[in-house]
Design a protein around this ligand. Structure first.
Ligand code: HEM
Ligand SMILES: CC(C)=CCC/C(C)=C/CC/C(C)=C/COP(=O)(O)OP(=O)(O)O
Length: 317
């Protein structure tokens, strides 16, 4: 077996005492947590928290709650690296990760994931509220085990179903403040749930050959490039419809409506362009990049819409 296929063969990782080992390899551990993804998830959780408590800052949920959610999500991401390291070693995009390269041993990664998970869920249970801890635990199991271990390898609908775990953070944030599941929080869940397929399938089109080579049944592998592009357009249209719901239900106002329409129009442009110009190899990854800007901006606009009147209210009487 080649060295890149032996997870955890690095001798310096073996011998150093635990603290020194952590300091030496902090970058590898950091990478295990998928920090970019977790950062956006925490942002959506913050928006959930601030919408749950207009006008007052829910400090405990903001600080302890988000720390707990980030630790649990980082733990789930590290378990995903552990479950997938053999597959990751065979795909160009992922072969430089800490486990396939042998920068970290699997036993160390197991200890790291376990510590993060217990710390995160413990914080949520004891210092926030039990319901937030239960729901976060469900999301962790949903992503790390149900999606990664089973769905990812079983069906091209893997990311549609598995997307539920990644869509949970605004609900987790909301529950961290109120202790109950609010229908408005479920609207935010629905937005991320419907956003996930166009987010991921654009990347999957670009990486179709890699997924095919490791027998992961992503939609472009099982149903082809063109069918996936139509599905992306279908979900983007659905997304534009779903993003109107916060306005339609009176949860958000005109600032949000304008932002959602402008962002939705841009996202639809990518969906249509990908169908009209299948020969343009740059479009799928540009659409993937825009999906991240889109979600960040949409949640930022939700916040601006809710807080602008509170912030400028005193100045305009
Ligand atoms: C099942 C659901 C999801 C799947 C399959 C998925 C898949 C992916 C993949 C394959 C990448 C590329 C990682 C790389 O660059 O190697 C990625 C990046 C990213 N995803 Fe997702 N994603 C999902 C859900 C989410 C959710 C719910 C969020 C946030 C709310 C999110 C935010 C991001 C961000 C911010 C990046 C860029 C990370 C970076 O460049 O560091 N994703 N996603
Ligand atoms: C507790 C809680 C909120 C949990 C959420 C967990 C979480 C970090 C979800 C991330 C979703 C994601 C990046 C999926 C890609 O996995 P992949 O295996 O398809 O992608 P890869 O090939 O890049 O690893």
């Amino acid at each position: 077996m080649s060295r890149t296929l032996e997870a955890g063969s690095n001798p310096t990782a073996d011998q150093a005492p635990p603290l020194q080992h952590l300091l030496q390899h902090w970058r590898d551990y950091y990478e295990l947590t998928k920090p970019g993804v977790v950062a956006l998830m925490v942002f959506t959780a913050i928006v959930g928290q601030l919408l749950a408590s207009p006008g007052t800052l829910p400090w405990n949920a903001l600080i302890v709650g988000n720390l707990g959610i980030a630790l649990a999500a980082g733990s789930a991401a590290a378990i995903n690296h552990l479950v997938d390291w053999r597959v990751d070693a065979r795909m160009k995009r992922t072969q430089g990760r800490p486990l396939p390269t042998g920068h970290l041993r699997t036993t160390h990664a197991v200890a790291f994931a376990g510590t993060l998970g217990i710390a995160g869920l413990g914080l949520l249970f004891f210092a926030v509220n039990p319901l937030t801890a239960y729901l976060t635990f469900g999301s962790l199991i949903g992503y790390a085990f149900i999606y990664t271990l089973y769905l990812k390898r079983a069906t091209p609908q893997n990311i549609v179903i598995g997307g539920a775990a990644g869509a949970a953070p605004p609900v987790l944030g909301w529950v961290a403040v109120t202790g109950t599941i609010d229908p408005h929080a479920l609207l935010l869940f629905l937005i991320i749930f419907v956003w996930t397929p166009p987010h991921f399938w654009a990347l999957a089109i670009h990486r179709r050959e890699e997924y095919a080579s490791v027998d992961i049944p992503m939609l472009p592998v099982t149903h082809g490039d063109r069918y996936t592009r139509w599905q992306i357009l279908f979900y983007t249209l659905l997304l534009v419809g779903v993003t109107l719901l916060p306005f339609a239900t009176g949860m958000s106002g005109l600032i949000y409506l304008a932002g959602a329409l402008v962002l939705g129009a841009r996202y639809l442009y990518y969906g249509i362009a990908m169908l009209r110009r299948p020969e343009d190899p740059s479009l799928p990854m540009r659409s993937f990049g825009f999906s991240i800007v889109y979600l960040m901006a949409l949640f930022a606009v939700l916040l601006v819409d809710a807080y602008l009147p509170i912030v400028i209210g005193p100045f305009i009487g």
